[in-house]
Ligand binder design. Structure first.
Ligand code: ADE
Length: 226
């Protein structure tokens, strides 16, 4: 899989996409992440990328030309399954969206900044818009990093335990059962006895009960989803 990210603040993406499972997936050749600085395509000597908005609203808007030039250049090099714009207006990221994206070959993610981007980019070049929640971030970069993390961990081989991503919370609209490790007793706080029983059937049954109970109590909305 290849992910191209377009941004005016590349530094914001380096650390979130340079460690842990995402970095390991890159090392294993499972994913290529290319970060493009829109500023390199900016106008004139100052590489201008933003301008005042028509209509006089306060705040700067990312201009159409640099983004158009960069998107077109990339589209000439390969075909993209999706060209995504990160925006609070978009569809809220959930596990089915991450699952769908993880099966794609090439995706492009455009990060907005300032007061937004010239709307013609969204009308003519973007194929889908994704939000990571009902709040406004300073730019789309952290949201893009969230999407990349959620997607990349699903690529087969990204997580050493093959079944691990499939047993995640939300894969079946259920929260996970609680997990524990040694010591079995920490200052009197005990690990549930059943987990020490060595009986896989009893353990699986307990985990299922815990999943259902926690989902009903903490996220009853999930039980109503298809
Ligand atoms: N850009 C600014 N806020 C955002 C959000 N909540 N989700 C995705 N992109 C954003």
């Amino acid at each position: 899989m290849r992910i191209d990210i377009l941004t005016v603040v590349p530094e914001l993406l380096e650390s979130p996409l340079g460690h842990s499972i995402v970095q390991r997936a890159k090392n294993k050749g499972l994913v290529e992440i290319h970060i493009h600085d829109i500023r390199e395509y900016g106008k004139g000597n100052y590489h201008q990328v933003d301008d005042y908005s028509y209509g006089g609203d306060a705040g700067m808007i990312l201009m159409i030309e640099p983004i158009y030039t960069l998107i077109n250049k990339l589209k000439q090099e390969r075909e993209y399954d999706e060209i995504i714009y990160m925006s609070p207006d978009g569809k809220t990221l959930d596990q089915p969206i991450a699952n769908r994206l993880s099966c794609m070959e090439n995706i492009m993610i455009l990060c907005g900044h300032y007061k937004g981007i010239d709307h013609r980019i969204r009308e003519h070049l973007i194929t889908s818009e994704i939000s990571i929640g009902d709040y406004v971030l300073s730019g789309g970069e952290l949201a893009a990093a969230v999407v990349c993390d959620a997607v990349i961990r699903l690529i087969p081989g990204a997580i050493s335990d093959e079944t691990s991503a499939l047993s995640d919370c939300f894969q079946d609209n259920l929260l996970s059962a609680p997990v524990y490790t040694r010591p079995a007793n920490f200052n009197g706080w005990e690990v549930p006895k059943v987990l020490l029983s060595g009986n896989p059937k009893l353990i699986a049954q307990w985990q299922e009960e815990q999943s259902l109970e926690r989902t009903a109590r903490l996220r009853p909305d999930l039980l109503k989803k298809e």
